[in-house]
Design a protein around this ligand. Structure first.
Ligand code: ADP
Ligand code: MG
Length: 235
C-alpha cells in the first residue's frame, strides 16, 4: 500500500450562527494515499464542500486532527496554512474561477507568481506550457477565458491547479456547470492525470462520475456511511 498523504482523525465541524448550530461534519476519519483517485459523494448539504475546505486548508475543523504528509495541519497559523496550501494543494472549483482579463497563459502562470521562492521567467514558461499541453489546449494560450467553451475553461483551471506540482489535487463538483460532453472530457482529463501519478480528491453528487474514481467515500448528514474500492484498477 502506498503511503498516506492525508490523514483525517475524527474531524468535526460546527457552524455556530445566531439561530442554529449546524454539525456539518461528525467524526470523519479517512486517509488519502499517494496516487489515489478518491471521490467523496453524497447529497446536497451533506458536508462535501466543508470537508474539501478543511482538506484544502481554507477552513479549520472545530475538533479533530488533520495531517498532510507528517505535518499536523490542525493548528497552523494563517500564514503557515497559506504557505502549505500554495506548496501542496491544487484547487479546481465548479465555477472555474479564472480571471477574465488575463490570457489562458497568464491564468495558468498566476500561482507560480505567488510562490515564496521565486522562479525565473524561463522556468515559469516551461512549466506553464507543460501543464497547458497536459490538458491539450496549447493552441489556445493567447485566448481569454470567455473565448473558450465551459469544458475548455475547466481544463485550463486544471492546468492552473497543476503548475506548482501539488501533492494533492482537490476538485469540487468539476462538472456541475457543464453539459454531458464537456463533463466527460473534463473527467477524461482527470483520469489521465491520475494515471500519470497525480493524487486526486474529487467531490461530486453525481454517482456516475464518482464511480470513475479508484475509491469512494460516501457522506450523509456529515457522517461517512461507506468507503468503497471501485472495480477500476488504479493506473
Ligand atoms: P455540500 O457541499 O455537501 O452541499 P456543505 O458542506 O456546503 O454541503 O454544507 C454542509 C452543511 O453546513 C449545510 O447544512 C450548510 O447549510 C452548513 N454550512 C456550510 N457552510 C456554512 C457556514 N459558513 N455557516 C453556516 N452553515 C454552513
Ligand atoms: Mg458543495
Amino acid at each position: 500500500m502506498s503511503k498516506a498523504i492525508i490523514t483525517l482523525n475524527n474531524i468535526c465541524k460546527v457552524f455556530d450562527t445566531e439561530l442554529v448550530e449546524t454539525h456539518a461534519l461528525k467524526n470523519v476519519s479517512f486517509e488519502i494515499h499517494e496516487g489515489e483517485f478518491l471521490s467523496i459523494c453524497g447529497p446536497s448539504g451533506c458536508g462535501k464542500s466543508t470537508l474539501l475546505s478543511i482538506l484544502g486548508l481554507l477552513d479549520l475543523p472545530t475538533t479533530g486532527q488533520y495531517f498532510i504528509h507528517d505535518v499536523d495541519a490542525s493548528n497552523l497559523s494563517l500564514s503557515e496554512a497559506a504557505y502549505l496550501r500554495n506548496e501542496k494543494i491544487g484547487f479546481v472549483f465548479q465555477s472555474f474561477n479564472l480571471i477574465d482579463e488575463l490570457s489562458v497563459y497568464d491564468n495558468v502562470a498566476l500561482p507560480m507568481r505567488y510562490r515564496k521562492h521565486k522562479l525565473s521567467d524561463a522556468e515559469v514558461d516551461k512549466k506553464v506550457m507543460e501543464c497547458i499541453a497536459k490538458v491539450e489546449l496549447t493552441d489556445r494560450i493567447e485566448h481569454k477565458p470567455n473565448q473558450l467553451s465551459g469544458g475548455q475553461q475547466q481544463r485550463i483551471s486544471i492546468a492552473r491547479a497543476l503548475v506548482n506540482e501539488p501533492s494533492l489535487l482537490l476538485v469540487d463538483e468539476p462538472t456541475g456547470n457543464l453539459d454531458s460532453r464537456n463533463a466527460q472530457m473534463v473527467m477524461d482529463t482527470l483520469n489521465q492525470l491520475n494515471k500519470e501519478g497525480t493524487t486526486i480528491c474529487m467531490v461530486t453528487h453525481d454517482q456516475h462520475f464518482a464511480d470513475m474514481a479508484t475509491r469512494f467515500v460516501h457522506l450523509f448528514d456529515g457522517q461517512i456511511t461507506e468507503q468503497v474500492a471501485s472495480q477500476k484498477v488504479a493506473g
